[in-house]
Design a protein around this ligand. Structure first.
Ligand code: C5P
Length: 401
């Protein structure tokens, strides 16, 4: 409940991404925030004010007049808020904001604000690139507003490019981070980040495999944290239920350790940062049977052979300036083993998770980590959700950049 007691005011304008705002509202409320929504007439064409009034439990601000004829005090709305987020923000309303035009209710509220104002301009790519729109974004930033860059991807027009409103989960994370007073993320714009995640499945026959309980949640959380920092992310992930194709970074699904190794090799040289969070199987069957193994004797022996150690490979081929992060899951002599692993695999940093703590480990949403640096510095974190830990890992990694 990181947002308990926080008042968040969302201003919606007439862009197609408006239909995603109810999801953001729900995420914020679930985290304890009080949310109110204001919107322009145009926004109401894209998402129903009734939906938002229902979700927030409060009237939606659209007009200076309340339905009973009394004044809807825009100043009181502004002063209620701890944060105002305009999302999605059209080119039109952006222009009005920077020109001080207040010809509707949300604009009047925004101009009465004492709290931080964030803008999430979202529009089609040509519009997003239009010089006056760029100037207006720069102007808004110079007035102290936070301009959240639009993301790359598919646009409502069918074109691809920059202009998408960040997904509700991303906006939510930025808000949560803001109220947690975390230091800002390092700016990783232009940096390529490779992440391995999830389990690997090693086939025994056409229907069976050797695998493990890794969910891929930590890897996904890391991918999102790096993306939030502006990096170009490739997530190479074993069989999982956590990615669904809606990710706004490269997702490379793989099955076995060998597949994962091949995909890592393709990208490693170009990566500035490589994080090995996957629970890679150490062994694979020496032979994969063409047909299903039939039950026969009371005992069955399967011969296994070693898998490539992907992290160790990356350590051996490390380029100057490249940062390599490994994970360790130990059941005994945790710290000593993790330190030894860091040296042996030539990593810059090792993230040690403990299986001993309740709430920590594989398929959970939370984890408890200790970060060990090459110079011997270590830091332990309390039990946290995996997204928050991903941010902590990113901050720890900053020391190596
Ligand atoms: O040696 P161990 O498996 O305990 O090391 C764990 C670390 O090594 C993790 O970062 C994991 O992703 C990586 N690893 C790997 N390839 C393997 C085994 C582990 O990349 N075959």
């Amino acid at each position: 409940m990181a947002l308990r007691g926080k008042h968040i005011l969302i201003g919606i304008t007439g862009g197609i991404a408006a239909y995603k705002i109810p999801l953001l509202v729900r995420l914020l409320i679930k985290e304890g925030a009080e949310v109110r929504v204001m919107m322009t007439e145009a926004a109401a064409q894209f998402v129903s004010p009734f939906t938002l009034a229902t979700l927030t439990g409060a009237p939606v601000g659209m007009d200076f007049r309340r339905p009973d004829g009394t004044w809807n005090n825009h100043v009181a709305w502004a002063h209620w808020a701890d944060l105002i987020l305009m999302a999605p923000l059209t080119a039109n309303t952006l222009a009005k904001i920077v020109n001080g035009q207040a010809d509707n209710f949300p604009l009047a509220v925004l101009m009465s604000a004492e709290c931080p104002v964030w803008l999430s301009p979202s529009m089609d790519l040509e519009m997003y690139r239009y010089p006056a729109v760029r100037d207006n974004m720069a102007k808004a930033a110079s007035y102290g507003m936070r301009v959240i860059p639009a993301e790359e991807g598919e646009l409502a027009s069918g074109l691809k490019g920059q202009g998408r409103m960040p997904e509700p989960e991303h906006l939510f994370e930025l808000i949560r981070q803001h109220f947690q007073n975390r230091p800002p993320l390092p700016d990783l714009t232009g940096k390529k980040v490779l992440i391995t995640a999830g389990p690997t499945y090693e086939h025994l026959d056409p229907v069976r495999f050797i695998g493990n309980h890794s969910s891929g949640k930590t890897g996904k959380a890391l991918a999102e944290a790096f993306r939030d920092a502006g990096a170009e992310v490739s997530l190479i992930i074993g069989p999982n239920h956590v990615v669904d194709g809606s990710e706004d970074y490269e997702v490379v699904p793989v099955t076995s350790a060998n597949d994962m190794f091949e995909e890592v090799k393709k990208r490693l040289d170009n990566s500035h940062i490589a994080v090995f969070a996957a629970a890679v199987a150490d062994y694979q069957p020496a032979e994969v049977k063409d047909n299903k193994i039939k039950k026969a004797d009371e005992r069955l022996t399967i011969e296994l052979v070693r898998n490539p150690d992907i992290l160790a490979y990356a350590g051996r081929h490390k380029k100057p300036g490249q940062v390599i992060v490994g994970f360790a899951l130990e059941t005994d002599r945790e710290l000593e083993n993790a330190k030894e692993k860091l040296a042996r695999k030539n990593a810059d940093m090792i993230v040690l998770n403990s299986l001993r703590d309740p709430g920590a480990g594989f398929a959970t949403d939370t984890n408890k980590i200790t970060v060990i640096h090459r110079d011997g510095n270590t830091r332990s974190y309390p039990l946290k959700d995996k997204k928050a830990l991903a941010y902590d890992i990113l901050h720890e990694l900053e020391k190596h950049l």
